[in-house]
Write a protein that binds this ligand. Structure first.
Ligand code: AR6
Length: 234
């Protein structure tokens, strides 16, 4: 293997052959990925739902930071995931990534639940990102609730061992314990919690539509996420 950093994965060999195999073809690029051939990070669109960040601006930041990352780091793959086939973020990012000629063998989008990428999506992503809250607490809805619920108490404990809180624009790398369903069922070995900028007045640290600050924090958040991911492959 070229990437000794991400070796500790369970032996799941039926990728792409589950009962929804035909549906997988609709996720064109993602379905081309081979089991185990490159460390793969699946990530949600940070800040664009509960944190109400402008989706056009967020899609620019995603495409910029992804393009930059795949140019610099070899043999890794990134997949932007969202739940709904009608996701505006996925279509914005797909369009902009294609315009920017981002290598489709390195970056793709996928519709589905980020906590069931293997069992429902036929993908193997060793690492998944979470759009977290500053206390790194479970619940609260969105992808954070889904990841903590799939990760179970083991993920909560493992998260606490790494950090108690997180600041906007940064991320925390957390090993997924082998006892966790996320590890056993999905083959996820790390979760990277990311705190993005918040534009929702009902949530802490609201930036009140200051998109100069907001875009900078969002860029920092993705850069930190991708750097943490790359550190696993070195
Ligand atoms: N799989 C894939 N994508 C998902 C899933 C899932 N299971 N669930 C949601 N998304 P959000 P934020 C997408 O609101 O805006 C939490 O309460 C969703 O469609 O989860 O950064 C935290 O505790 C959207 O595209 O995160 C924070 O307080 C993306 O994930 C706050 O929300 C992010 O939506 C963070 O807000």
């Amino acid at each position: 293997r070229n990437n000794p950093g991400v070796v500790d994965i369970p032996n799941i060999i039926d990728v792409g052959k589950d009962k929804r195999g035909d549906d997988l073809l609709q996720n064109a690029h993602a379905s081309d990925f081979q089991w185990d051939d490159a460390p793969t990070l699946a990530f949600p669109s940070i800040s664009t739902s509960d944190f109400q960040f402008n989706q056009e601006k967020a899609s620019d930041v995603i495409v910029e930071t992804v393009a930059d990352f795949v140019r610099k780091v070899d043999n890794v793959r990134l997949i932007l995931v969202d739940l709904s086939p009608k996701s505006k973020m996925l279509s914005l990012v797909k369009g902009k990534a294609s315009k920017a000629k981002v290598d489709t063998s390195r970056f793709s989008t996928h519709t589905g639940d980020i906590t069931r990428l293997h069992t429902e999506g036929g993908l193997h992503c060793n690492v998944i990102a979470n759009a977290a809250n500053w206390r790194l607490k479970p619940g609260g809805g969105g992808v954070n609730a889904a990841i903590f619920s799939a990760g179970g108490e083991a993920l909560e404990i493992s998260t606490k061992e790494q950090a108690e809180t997180i600041s906007p624009g940064t991320s925390v790398l957390v090993p997924v314990p082998k006892t966790s369903v996320l590890y056993q069922r999905e083959g996820v070995t790390y979760v990277i919690h990311v705190l993005g900028p918040n534009m929702n007045p009902q949530r802490p640290n609201c930036l009140k539509d200051d998109y100069v600050k907001g875009c900078k924090i969002l860029r920092d958040a993705y850069t930190s996420l991708f750097e943490n991911f790359a550190s696993l492959t070195r």
